[in-house]
Design a protein around this ligand. Structure first.
Ligand SMILES: Nc1nc2c(ncn2[C@@H]2O[C@H](COP(=O)(O)OP(=O)(O)O)[C@@H](O)[C@H]2O)c(=O)[nH]1
Ligand SMILES: [Mg+2]
Length: 451
């Protein structure tokens, strides 16, 4: 993630604070300057940065310390709070009230509409909704097939006709087609064949009139940085029911600029796109986003990822319990590594764990596909007892397993090492550590762990 750079810079500003012996005015001002620099580097509007950092500085210098809180902790909390407010404070979601709920997606060509629609469809499908997609992009010949291909693995139906030239007609027909099919949600894709805001709004008006959507979603390319302001503003003025998806935040150094610019217009960001895969969509929650950015970890986000997995029957809640208690065996570990492989980079997930920040050793998180395959072969040569109680595996067993699986003693040891490392790691994130962190951050939600 390129936003990682912003996160790193903010994180190192806070680390500087943590390292200093005395927290006086000079230190506070230096930290504030570092934060300023980090934000401006990621293309956040200078005026917004100055306003924000002025507030942080004022609060840090003037506010009375709550009892039992150190000056450093207090400043971290202020930075966290102000950044959270800066990015919109509360998470907002797309409400599905009526059946069918019709959503229309608009945005400039290349902004990521079609990809985002596929992501949204999958997101809602995972939550139990039956979704139908309508392609009205009559400009790009491949548009219909692009969407179809993206959602094919999930059996989501796409309505469209590559021969038809009338987008409005397609929109109307598509919506009535899926109404008859009794789906829960209909999402309509549009072409967005225009260069600037005016054309975009006009297209939205026309299709809107034809299908009367419950919500219009504007898709904005995050790589345009603070230019996102004008698009979001024009959109917000034209529609009271809009929501926004900011895409490509995985690759853009300007992501911070795009996000803050959109928030500054008062238009709600509901999702962010963080990759090209259908899974790479995240509900936008400023609290969660900022704590991750600052390297404070994000237990809530982690839980949500686990939850999604368990919905796919790949990872169940009791398994998570096992892991968090450090009571898992080799079979559990394998299932989990496999699941994480499917879910995307393990590193991304582990970054959400409090205290881990960006300091995870790479060799620990990069369990590549090849290694996973090798693990599987090795495990196939183990007895049931060994899989369930890996602690009994002594040297002579290691030799036998290596021989049986056609691997080496070193390979078997590597697997056991991975297991022991993981065990240590999960044991390290015990409840006390989590609850200390929760206290520090105040209002953050660490639900699910009973702390
Ligand atoms: N890295 C990255 N690429 C994205 C993201 N969203 C879309 N893209 C890519 O951006 C390009 C344009 O996307 P598309 O959905 O066709 O845009 P549309 O013209 O608005 O429908 C494609 O190559 C997508 O794979 C994202 O969140 N991250
Ligand atoms: Mg498209």
């Amino acid at each position: 993630m390129a936003l990682e750079n912003l996160g790193k810079a903010l994180n190192s500003a806070l680390k500087k604070l943590a390292r200093s012996n005395v927290v006086d005015e000079a230190v506070i001002k230096e930290v504030v300057r570092d934060i300023q620099r980090a934000l401006i580097m990621s293309d956040v509007n200078v005026r917004l940065v100055l306003d924000l950092t002025k507030r942080i500085q004022k609060r840090a210098l003037e506010e009375k310390l709550p009892p039992g809180i150190s000056r450093k902790e207090h400043i971290i909390k202020i930075v966290y709070e102000e950044l959270t407010n800066f990015l919109g404070k509360e998470a907002k979601s797309i409400e599905i009230k009526e059946k069918p709920t019709v959503l229309l997606t608009v945005g400039i060509q290349g902004s990521g509409k079609t990809t985002s629609i596929a992501k949204l469809a999958r997101y809602f499908q995972k939550r139990g909704y039956n979704v139908g997609l309508v392609c009205t992009d009559t400009w790009r010949p491949g548009a219909y097939y692009q969407l179809k291909q993206l959602v094919e693995p999930f059996n989501i139906e796409v309505f469209g006709d590559p021969e038809e030239k009338d987008a409005i007609k397609l929109a109307r027909e598509g919506v009535s087609y899926f109404k008859e099919k009794n789906v829960d949600i209909i999402i309509v894709d549009s072409a967005g064949r225009h260069k600037e805001e005016k054309g975009l709004i006009e297209e939205m008006r026309q299709i809107s009139e034809a299908i009367n959507p419950h919500e219009v979603i504007l898709v904005i390319d995050g790589t345009i940085g603070q230019q996102a302001y004008n698009q979001a503003l024009a959109f917000k003025e034209a529609t009271p029911i809009g929501s926004i998806i900011v895409t490509k935040l995985d690759g853009s150094a300007k992501g911070g600029g795009a996000l803050s610019a959109v928030v500054a217009t008062g238009a709600p960001i509901k999702f962010i796109g963080v990759g090209e895969r259908v899974e790479d969509l995240e509900p936008f929650d400023p609290k969660r986003f900022v704590s991750r950015l600052l390297g404070l970890g994000d237990i809530q986000g982690l839980l949500e990822k686990f939850e999604e997995l368990s919905k796919e029957h790949e990872f169940k809640e009791e398994d998570m319990e096992k892991f968090l208690k450090g009571k898992f065996n080799l079979k559990d570990m394998y299932a989990q590594l496999e699941a994480m492989q499917k879910m995307g980079p393990l590193k991304q997930i582990l970054q959400m764990i409090p205290g881990m920040g960006y300091s995870l050793p790479d060799e620990f998180v990069q369990v590549g596909e090849q290694r996973l395959k090798k693990f599987k072969v090795i495990m196939d040569s183990m007895t049931e007892e060994e899989l369930e109680k890996p602690d009994i595996i002594n040297y002579s067993r290691i030799k036998r397993i290596a021989r049986g699986s056609g691997t080496s003693v070193r390979d078997v040891r590597e697997l056991l090492q991975q297991y022991n490392q993981m065990k240590k790691f999960f044991k390290g994130m015990n409840k006390r550590k989590l609850s200390r962190l929760a206290k520090k951050l105040g209002g953050m939600n660490f639900g699910g762990f009973g702390i």
